[in-house]
Design a protein around this ligand. Structure first.
Ligand code: PLP
Length: 500
């Protein structure tokens, strides 16, 4: 103890860790989905300071079960339906383990050539899998890179858009114009965050209203906002459109938005963080109509494509516009390969300098599943969500409140499901319904607001989820509703869910 772990010790302890993970996955369904402990319970189990003397590995490993596991929300649990999925898989974990074992830094091609080249090829594979236009492939002026998250993708897209809109001068003291970013009211909070980081402030972002039925951005209002800002002397620089909004998976009308971006010279970034994975299935590619207008596009294999966090796939149509915004070359990174212009240096495509070998997990996942395995996973999620939506619709006390083209269903008790039909009371009832269902610990759902109204969200995506867990979720929801409504509306209940 206290000495380095030699390769033989690593081998032995490594097997034990893999065993622990395999056991965790095997028995996951038996655990409550969410922890019951109050805040501070996990921290209280840890010593106040670090140990002076090293400890045997089996003692460290033995603490995972009592200290860590009970304090987790289990995202890979088959009855986890919260937020969006963040699924992982065996090949992903093993690819990540190899990356950790190699411990290389892929900031430059020269600093670990295979790290860059495998990534470039994986991004081309992925582009083919989701049928992205040819201009995003590395064989032309475009190309892809792995970012840590969709938030980072939005940030670097914002920086590239500002670089273009300002002719490269927005960074300096010469900033004398106000640059504007447009997105819908349903866009992810990372758009506002990126604008803040880029120095535009919150008021640099124009939140465009959406259609109340489809919850998609209204292009005529986008045009009006761009016109108004131009008239005021400001510079419209960027539109962030969403395929599959975080709240309800609404799809913005890319063709109309793309035409506007072209007409007014704005950068179009498409954020498909969750729903991009759906495009591995040809029957779901309608959601990507108009993506050929995009200057940049991203989706998260770490959400719904069986690749563990973190892995955001980000593409640009013209990589020179991105590296123009982000490249700074200090003396200590100068090298012949970079100077030759024949290689990609991914440090110029992201905010940090250093980067892990994340392409390995993608390589493992894409080869293990193959395109057909990935499509089967997506189709299973869409099918399970469809089943849940059918159960909701069959119960007159409930309504499905937004289209559900992917694996998310937004639903709620109708405002008139109880005598008092006022909205605040209905919102409170839905919040109470969600709290009681989640308090069982047997499933986990989250919520959002749709047109101002409290709405429950059920998102499917964990590899182990089946009809059993979806039916369980519905049974808990509808029985809790019956209790909550005081046994009213008896006889309206769904017949589709099995008893028990
Ligand atoms: C989840 C999500 C994000 C943020 O994703 P991270 O990769 O966790 O940063 C951004 N945009 C949309 C539409 C999302 O659903």
């Amino acid at each position: 103890m206290g000495a380095h772990m030699d390769p033989e010790e690593f081998r032995r302890n490594g097997y034990a860790v893999i065993d622990w993970i395999a056991d965790y996955w095997t028995h996951l369904a038996e655990r409550p989905v969410t922890p019951a402990e109050p805040p501070g319970a996990v921290a209280a189990l840890l010593p106040a300071g670090p140990p002076e003397h090293g400890e045997p590995f089996d003692r460290i490993l033995a603490d995972l079960d009592p200290v860590v596991a009970p304090g987790l929300t289990h995202w890979q649990h088959p009855a986890f339906f919260g937020y969006f999925p963040a699924n992982t898989s065996g090949p992903s974990v093993l690819g990540d383990l190899v990356s950790a074992g190699l411990g290389v830094q892929g900031m430059l091609w020269a600093s670990a050539p295979a790290c860059t080249e495998v990534e470039t090829v994986m991004m081309d594979w992925l582009a083919e899998l989701i049928d992205l236009p040819q201009r995003f492939r590395s064989s032309g002026p475009g190309g892809g890179v792995i970012q840590d998250s969709a938030s980072s993708a939005t940030l670097v897209a914002t920086l590239a858009a500002l670089h273009r809109a300002s002719g490269g001068r927005w960074r300096g003291n010469g900033v004398d114009r106000r640059y504007r970013v447009y997105t819908s009211t349903q866009a992810h909070s990372s758009v506002e965050k990126a604008a803040r980081i880029a120095g535009l402030g919150d008021d640099g972002v124009r939140a465009i209203e959406v259609d109340p039925k489809t919850l998609a951005l209204r292009p005529e209002l986008l045009r009006a906002a761009i016109e108004a800002d131009r008239a005021a002397g400001d510079v419209p620089a960027l539109v962030v459109a969403t395929i599959g909004t975080t709240s309800t998976t609404a799809v913005d009308p890319l063709p109309a938005i793309g035409e506007l971006c072209r007409a007014y010279g704005l950068w179009l970034h498409v954020d498909a963080a969750y729903a991009g994975a759906a495009a591995v299935c040809p029957e779901l590619r309608w959601s990507h109509a108009g993506v050929e207008y995009a200057d940049s596009y991203c989706f998260d294999p770490h959400k719904w494509l069986l690749t563990g966090f973190d892995c955001d796939a980000f593409w640009v149509a013209d990589r020179a516009e991105l590296t123009g915004a982000l490249s700074v070359l200090p003396e200590f990174l100068r090298n012949a390969a970079t100077e030759s212009g024949a290689v990609l240096d991914y440090r110029d495509w992201q905010v940090p300098l250093g980067r892990r070998f994340r392409a390995l997990k993608l390589w493992f996942v894409l080869r293990w599943y193959g395109a057909e395995g990935l499509r089967a996973h997506i189709r299973a999620g869409v099918d399970l969500a469809g089943r849940f939506a059918d159960l909701v619709r069959a119960d007159e006390r409930f309504e499905v409140v937004a289209p559900h083209p992917f694996s998310l269903v937004c639903f709620r008790l109708r405002a008139d499901a109880a005598p008092a039909a006022d909205i605040p009371a209905a919102d409170a009832r839905n919040a109470e319904l969600l709290a009681r269902v989640n308090a069982t610990g047997r499933v986990h759902l989250t919520h959002t607001r749709v047109n101002g109204r409290h709405t429950l969200r059920l998102a499917v995506g964990a590899p182990q989820t089946t009809y059993r867990e979806v039916d369980l979720a519905w049974r808990l929801v509808e029985r809790t509703a019956t209790t909550l409504l005081g046994g009213a509306a008896e006889g309206n209940r769904a017949t589709g869910a099995p008893a028990g």
